[in-house]
Design a protein around this ligand. Structure first.
Ligand SMILES: Nc1ncnc2c1ncn2[C@@H]1O[C@H](COP(=O)(O)OP(=O)(O)OP(=O)(O)O)[C@@H](O)[C@H]1O
Ligand SMILES: [Mg+2]
Length: 228
């Protein structure tokens, strides 16, 4: 089986007045369809930096990232953005919902960027909203939703076009434990029933407990990979 995402000796170093910060230091990893993995590690260990490299938001220096077998090495910014849009769903820690758009429109926005004909929008969006328990909230604005509801909209938006992999940076960080638990159950069932591939970053023990693969980072390096 070929990897959805492959990292080959990927590094990201920042030059600072105080010296070089090795945020990600020579990491090689592969992620496959169906994975439910977490990047774990303390604050500053490189989780967000690595997710940004995997998602093509940032470029490795040095190293190579392959998305679905395609090297992102020599891609222009716009080619990379296109590839990202096709293959990857993002759930950011702060959700990044657009405040002036309703729940429905926030999800629709992704379809518009991808140039999907309007005619098929409802057929794509409504089943996803239903799956995430958001159908009744479809006309509300983000400011009229709880944190957990906003997080579900962010998930809806990330999965609506059935990306190869969904990346989520600290998906439970802003949620109380009950909401976090419901959300994790939902992601687990999306993984099992709808074959959505997930990669999280988290230091939440509950996220780590539920993951099938735990990749532990320290000082930008992988120190342990645990497969369950
Ligand atoms: N733009 C930047 N310039 C300089 N240093 C940076 C930059 N971005 C991150 N770093 C440094 O790289 C290291 C890794 O940061 P990163 O944000 O990836 O950690 P993290 O594991 O996501 O932490 P947290 O759990 O707090 O979110 C840290 O030492 C951080 O200070
Ligand atoms: Mg982080």
């Amino acid at each position: 089986m070929s990897a959805l995402i492959e990292l080959k000796s990927v590094s990201r170093h920042y030059e600072q007045a105080t010296g070089t910060v090795r945020a990600v230091d020579d990491i090689s990893l592969s992620f496959f369809a169906g994975d439910f993995s977490v990047l774990a590690g303390s604050s500053g260990s490189g989780k967000t930096t690595l997710l940004n490299l995997i998602g093509g938001i940032d470029r490795p220096d040095p190293g190579e990232v392959l998305i679905d077998g395609i090297s992102t090495h020599k891609k222009s910014e716009s080619e990379l953005a296109n590839l990202r849009l096709q293959k990857i769903g993002f759930i950011f820690q702060s959700y990044n919902l657009l405040p002036v758009l309703t729940v429905y429109e926030n999800v629709q926005f992704i379809l518009q960027i991808r140039g999907i004909p309007n005619l098929s929008h409802a057929d794509l969006i409504l089943p996803v909203l239903k799956r995430l328990g958001l159908l009744e909230l479809r006309d509300r604005f983000p400011s009229q939703l709880s944190g957990g509801q906003q997080q579900r909209v962010a998930i809806a938006r990330a999965i609506v076009l059935k990306p190869a992999i969904v990346l989520a940076d600290e998906p439970t960080a802003n949620l109380d434990s009950e909401t976090a638990d419901n959300l994790l159950q939902l992601m687990q069932s999306l993984n099992q029933d709808d074959k959505v591939t997930f990669l999280f970053s988290s230091h939440d023990p509950e996220v780590i407990r539920r993951a099938r693969t735990v990749i532990r980072l320290r000082d930008g390096k992988v120190i342990e990979i645990e497969n369950r």
